[in-house]
Design a protein around this ligand. Structure first.
Ligand SMILES: [Zn+2]
Length: 192
C-alpha cells in the first residue's frame, strides 16, 4: 500500500497562524526596543498585521486546486477584473443591447457577461498554477510583504514602523506556512 503523507490543511495553517501571531508581536517589538525605538502598535495596527499574518499563513495554498484559499481569492479578486471588463462592454455594446430591452436589464445582461468572462479568466490563470510551486517559496513571502508595504503606504500615512510591523507580519505568516508544509525542515524551503 502506498504511504500517503497528509499535508497540513486550512485549519492547521490558520490555527498555527492564530497562536503564533503573539510570538511574532513579541519578537518584532523586542527587536525594535533593542534598537532603542519606541513603538507600540495600536488596535488598528494589531488588527491589520494580524490579518496580514493569518492570510499569509494560508495564502500559498492558492496554488492547490481544492484549497478553500483559492476559492476565497477567486471570489475576492473577481470584482477587480469584472469591473474592467464591464467598462469595455458598456462602452462598446450597451447601446446595441439597450435597443431590445430596458436600460437596467441591458446593464444586468452586460454585468452577467462581465462576471462570467472574469470568472473564466481567473479559473484559467489558477489552473496553470503548479501546486507547491512559486507560491510556496521564500520569494513569494517577500513579495507578499512588499505588496502589503506598497498598498499600506497611503493607508498608514507612510509611517515606517507601522508599515514594517504589518508587512513583515505578512511575510512571517507565509514563512510559517512553508515551515508547516516542510514539517519544520528549513533546508527544504524553496527560494523561488
Ligand atoms: Zn501549502
Amino acid at each position: 500500500m502506498r504511504r500517503c503523507l497528509k499535508i497540513p490543511g486550512l485549519t492547521t495553517h490558520l490555527n498555527t497562524g492564530i497562536f503564533l501571531y503573539p510570538a511574532y508581536y513579541f519578537v518584532f517589538i523586542s527587536i525594535i526596543r533593542a534598537w532603542g525605538i519606541d513603538y507600540t502598535p495600536g488596535a488598528v495596527d494589531l488588527v491589520i498585521s494580524y490579518l496580514a499574518f493569518i492570510v499569509g499563513s494560508d495564502l500559498p495554498d492558492i496554488d492547490h486546486k481544492d484549497a478553500p484559499m483559492r476559492f476565497f481569492a477567486q471570489v475576492l479578486l473577481l470584482p477587480l477584473i469584472f469591473t474592467k471588463i464591464l467598462d469595455l462592454l458598456v462602452k462598446h455594446l450597451f447601446r446595441y443591447v439597450a435597443i431590445f430591452m430596458p436600460d437596467h436589464l441591458a446593464f444586468t445582461v452586460l454585468l452577467t457577461l462581465a462576471v462570467a468572462i472574469a470568472f473564466l479568466i481567473l479559473k484559467s490563470i489558477t489552473a496553470l498554477m503548479k501546486h507547491r510551486g512559486f507560491f510556496h517559496s521564500i520569494s513569494f513571502a517577500l513579495i507578499y510583504g512588499a505588496l502589503l508595504y506598497f498598498f499600506g503606504t497611503s493607508l498608514l500615512h507612510n509611517h515606517l514602523l507601522r508599515l514594517l510591523f504589518i508587512s513583515i507580519g505578512g511575510t512571517c505568516g507565509v514563512i510559517v506556512h512553508l515551515l508547516l508544509d516542510t514539517r519544520g525542515k528549513v533546508w527544504k524551503m524553496k527560494l523561488w
